[in-house]
Ligand binder design. Structure first.
Ligand SMILES: C[S@@+](CC[C@H](N)C(=O)[O-])C[C@H]1O[C@@H](n2cnc3c(N)ncnc32)[C@H](O)[C@@H]1O
Length: 439
């Protein structure tokens, strides 16, 4: 059921009506996808590479099928590892994805490119033969202090260099991207990065596996998944793949698509400093030399704690009040949140420009809290989007699958923490799917 424009009651402000609306929302269990098995959520290429806070493919797919027709354009301005894009292709829609993170771009590219399985298997046989027989010339040894910091075992580092040098000799770009994606996903295992941590933490007791062996296993898994993808992707999409997918490593405020053409946006934006994606993917960034300065690189991410000082319009009374409340507890955090709201508003303006009439933007977002102050991201986004010109179409409250997002924050520091911590509070036990329409 669609809700018409707010406010509906003359004596109530937009702000109060939004707060009231959220307070009365019930959880819609049909959006939990709790019944989906791991096999289902990792079908086709979805399991190529780990990525934090990724979508359940079934959620993206349901939105795509409910709100678009075959052949329409679906955009994800924060595509991450490409879940929306792959589901768009599977549903015969055109998928356009953007992410500021080159690692996200690489993964999405590999995952959304079906490759003729025999061709790929042949290339893998050649590659393993060359590695086994030491038949590789021009091995590039990357000298970088940060690589040595994470890969202190020189012999294992050398083996990784051999694999990467051989991959870089592959001429076919799609095949090379496939192997680079596989290589990227084994870097965490092959380094002394603490496996259970998303934060850069070293584990000096870690037993580092044999790089050749783990690479072989990773690629064998990916070969099976590529075959599945190749067989299941609709034939029209397979035969015209370059017309169906367009990916860009860039900013969500500059989408590579014409104004007034997009049927649907399905996205989950970053949160304020919940993950520093730049830090999290530093192993791949270091090995592929994507950036020479991690500190400069971090600044490009929305939600980062490493921003320049700048004042941006928030465009939401709820947002401004939240920033004020936070200022009393933590000035730095309040500036980060203000910046985050300001930047997200710029993204919504760009989304509005790109959507066609009756096109919808589906934003999946949960609330957060810092130092006991609730940050109602979803309410702020709705108010910002209404002020930009969107109408509310529907707001869904859903349970968050615990496997995918961190569940617990320390109530004093606001940081994610373990379940043993006594100060624990729930971080985002539920989240919202905000569906806004351009009329
Ligand atoms: C929550 S994740 C998206 C996960 C995605 N839904 C998936 O299934 O993998 C948010 C993404 O926003 C990206 N991001 C942060 N700042 C950005 C910006 N300025 N422009 C585009 N993407 C950005 C991050 O790199 C991250 O991949």
């Amino acid at each position: 059921m669609a809700i018409t424009t707010l406010p509906t009651k003359k004596d109530i402000s937009i702000k109060e009506e939004i707060i009231d609306h959220f307070a009365n929302l019930e959880i819609d269990v049909s959006w939990s996808f709790a019944e989906c098995t791991r096999k289902e959520t990792s079908y086709i290429t979805h399991s190529y590479h780990r990525y934090p806070a990724k979508f359940i493919p079934q959620l993206a797919r349901r939105l795509i099928e409910e709100y678009t027709e075959v052949g329409e354009i679906v955009v994800d301005p924060f595509m991450g590892c490409g879940t929306t894009i792959i589901e768009s292709l599977m549903a015969e829609r055109i998928g356009i994805g953007v992410d500021i993170n080159p690692v996200a771009y690489l993964i999405s590219k590999a995952k959304s490119t079906p490759i003729e399985p025999k061709k790929l298997e042949r290339e893998f046989t050649l590659l393993t033969f060359d590695i086994k027989t030491n038949n590789i010339t021009n091995i590039e040894n990357i000298e970088n202090e940060r690589i040595d910091y994470w890969f202190p075992d020189r012999e294992k580092k050398r083996k990784l260099s051999i694999i990467l040098s051989r991959i870089n000799q592959i001429e076919d770009e799609n095949i090379r991207t496939f192997f680079l994606c596989g290589f990227s996903n084994i870097l965490k295992n092959c380094s002394i990065w603490l496996m259970k941590s998303n934060k850069p933490t070293r584990d000096f007791k870690k037993e580092i596996p044999e790089p050749f062996l783990i690479f072989k296993r990773q690629i064998e898994m990916m070969l099976r998944k590529n075959r599945e993808f190749y067989q299941q992707i609709p034939i029209t999409v397979l035969e015209n793949i370059t017309d169906y997918v367009k990916l860009k490593c860039g900013d969500a405020r500059n989408l590579p698509v014409k104004n007034n053409t997009v049927g649907l946006i399905v996205t989950s934006p970053p949160y304020v400093t919940s993950y520093e994606y730049a830090d999290l993917h530093q192993l791949t960034i270091l090995w592929f030399q994507y950036s020479h300065s991690l500190s400069e690189f971090r600044k490009k991410f929305i939600g980062t704690a490493h921003h320049r000082e700048e004042h941006l319009e928030i465009g939401s009374e709820i947002g401004r009040e939240c920033v004020k409340d936070l200022e009393l507890k933590d000035k730095k955090k309040s500036r980060e949140v203000a910046m985050y709201f300001g930047e997200m508003r710029q993204c919504f303006i760009e989304m509005f420009r790109k959507l066609k009439k009756y096109g919808k933007a589906c934003i999946v977002i949960g609330d957060t809290s810092f130092k006991g102050v609730n940050v109602p991201n979803a309410e702020v986004f709705v108010e910002q989007m209404l002020n930009i010109g969107f109408d509310i179409y529907k707001i869904i409250k859903r349970e968050i699958p615990s496997k995918i997002l961190p569940q617990i924050r320390d109530s004093k520091t606001g940081r994610f923490t373990s379940s043993k911590n006594h100060n624990k509070i729930l971080a985002y036990p539920h989240e919202y799917i905000i569906i806004m329409e351009k009329k």
